[in-house]
Unconditional design. Structure first.
Ligand code: MLC
Length: 506
């Protein structure tokens, strides 16, 4: 059960059909398959073997996809990286994953050149940065690529296919190891649930460095034989125009994307006769957005629920009449969920508790963090950290109501406050901080921080602290608002009362 082998078999079936339209070029299923083989040659020539980690730090484009598929073909693990990460973050991901190879482009490399020189075992190769070549011979340092197909698919089943870094509860990000079994089982379950076929045309506007864009959307489309129209970045007006012009049938977004599409709806008013399905995930879709979208477009968004560690867990049904606002639907094929009390006891249907997950979708664990891995499992169940209940009147339909762990979801990105607090507290004028989320119309939630300075009369202001934080954290993790306080509110036990902070500043 190797994902790349399964996708290569699909490529043979769909042959010369258009698989991806990107930046003015069309790539057939066979083009992508051939490129995956060529890039696999390149990786083998670089000495990459089964189990090695290959980090991809590239703008959204075809090269990202080719290298990812090539990795899977030869049993290596993809470590997808957000090009907007800071040098500090990238250096950490490269060293924590023990990557043997970094595939990047000169401009992005410039910011990490110095820090990664110390990593003696890390090789680097450069693409031309345009994101659309199908020939690895254009990669700088590639040398002459051998002609024979090197794909031997040595990995599969419970072998790691990707390491996806998630924000860390205790400060540093954790690398979630996703296996071939996770990816294949989830891909098949989603295809079934969403009635996904070769007749579909998917508009792809999400980043490729996360599960939503790469795994759910791209793997799914390559397997189903659908054509993907890929944009390098989300732009609401271009998206609305493309939905009509390209007769798109399938669209995936986070709530922020749907919110922005509605903002431009009146002026663009696309003809959506071809459209079949709008899907939302990665962050809670508010009832208000769900209703407003239906009112304006005539389409009920299908909301599904997932997380990097468990891929996709539940989905609303395909039948629009059965999609309920606020509900994330039912477990996917092969996935089990149960609701547990904080004491670890299964609660009665209808009662709120933590959602626990089991199935082929659940990840292997955190890379090199056995303790953290053990902490998130309980008797074989993954503790999701999400609070919810199952409706006994509706076949145990799942509703999510909150989180048991402190987590901020901003525009589909997960941010644990601790990571932001650690960055802020690196500043020598800062005594302590408390990071919390406040509601935001566009991003759903925004990152905010209460800051106590070491000396009250310090000249440090919000702007300077924001610039400082930027050295350590990528933009979406940086606080959108900073509040300076004399002290942080604490309860009798000395614990910081974030709920009070939320009330004070919302
Ligand atoms: C961008 N910015 C954000 C942000 N995205 N700030 C807070 N939250 C966000 N989500 C900031 C940038 O730092 C930058 O700030 C400014 O906004 C403009 O950046 P941009 O790159 O032009 O952003 P924009 O195009 O506006 O992006 C918005 C977005 C994007 C919604 C399109 O955030 C996005 O693609 N989100 C999807 C994330 C995703 O794929 N998540 C899936 C995780 S997998 P400055 O100061 O630098 O100018 C997962 C599992 C599952 O969760 O179930 O799916």
């Amino acid at each position: 059960m190797n994902l790349a082998k399964i996708l290569s078999e699909s490529a043979v079936v769909f042959g010369e059909k258009a698989a991806v339209l990107f930046s003015g070029r069309t790539y057939s299923f066979l083009d992508i398959d051939r490129s995956a083989a060529q890039y696999a040659c390149l990786l083998k020539q670089k000495g990459i073997e089964k189990g090695d980690r290959v980090a991809i730090l590239l703008p959204k484009g075809m090269e990202f996809l080719f290298i990812h598929l090539a990795n899977l073909c030869i049993g290596a693990m993809t470590v997808p990286l957000n090009p907007a990460y800071t040098a500090d973050e990238i250096t950490y991901f490269l060293s924590d994953s023990g990557a043997s190879l970094l595939v990047t482009e000169q401009e992005l490399f410039a910011k990490i050149d110095m820090p990664i020189r110390k990593m003696k075992n890390l090789q680097t190769i450069f693409t031309n940065g345009k994101g659309q070549d199908s020939s690895p011979s254009l990669i700088s340092g590639a040398g002459k690529i051998k002609a024979e197909d090197p794909r031997d698919y040595p990995a599969g089943g419970d072998d790691g296919a990707m390491i996806c870094y998630t924000s860390g509860t205790t400060g540093r990000s954790k690398g979630a190891v996703i296996t071939h079994r996770n990816l294949v089982s989830n891909m098949k379950a989603l295809q079934e649930t969403w009635g996904w076929t070769e007749a579909d045309r998917l508009l792809h506007v999400l980043p490729l460095f996360h599960v939503h864009g790469l795994v759910v959307a791209m793997h799914g489309a390559l397997h189903a034989g659908s054509t993907v129209v890929m944009h390098e970045k989300f732009d609401p007006v271009r998206t609305l125009k493309t939905l009509e012009q390209e007769k798109i049938t399938l669209f995936m977004g986070v709530p922020t994307i749907y919110h922005r599409l509605l903002h431009h709806w009146e002026t663009e008013r696309p003809d959506l006769r071809a459209m079949r399905l709008f899907i939302s995930g990665s962050a809670p879709l508010s009832d208000h957005l769900f209703m407003e979208f239906e009112e304006k477009t005539g389409f009920r968004i299908l909301e599904r629920y997932g997380m990097t560690e468990a891929q996709m867990i539940t989905s609303n049904p395909l039948n629009p009449d059965r999609r309920a606002p606020g509900s994330v639907g039912y477990p996917l094929l092969g996935v089990s969920i149960k609701i547990f009390s904080p004491e670890g006891k299964a609660v009665k249907a209808g009662e709120v508790g933590e959602v626990w997950v089991k199935g082929d979708n659940v990840f292997k664990g955190y890379w090199n963090m056995p303790q953290k891995t053990a902490e998130c499992f309980q008797e074989g169940w993954l503790q999701s950290g999400d609070l919810g209940y199952q409706d006994p009147e509706d076949d145990l339909r799942l509703y999510l109501v909150g989180r048991s762990k402190e987590l901020i979801i901003s525009g589909g990105y997960n941010i644990y406050p601790k990571e932001v607090e650690s960055a802020l507290e690196k500043h020598r004028a800062v005594n302590e901080t408390a990071v919390f989320g406040l509601p935001d119309e566009d991003f759903g939630e925004k990152v905010c921080a209460a800051v106590v300075l070491k000396q009250e009369n310090s000249s440090l202001d919000a702007e300077e602290l924001a610039v400082f934080t930027r050295k350590y954290l990528t933009g979406y993790k940086c606080p959108k608002k900073l509040f300076f306080l004399k002290s942080l509110p604490r309860n009798a036990m000395g614990k910081i009362e974030k709920e009070r902070l939320r009330k004070m500043f919302s």
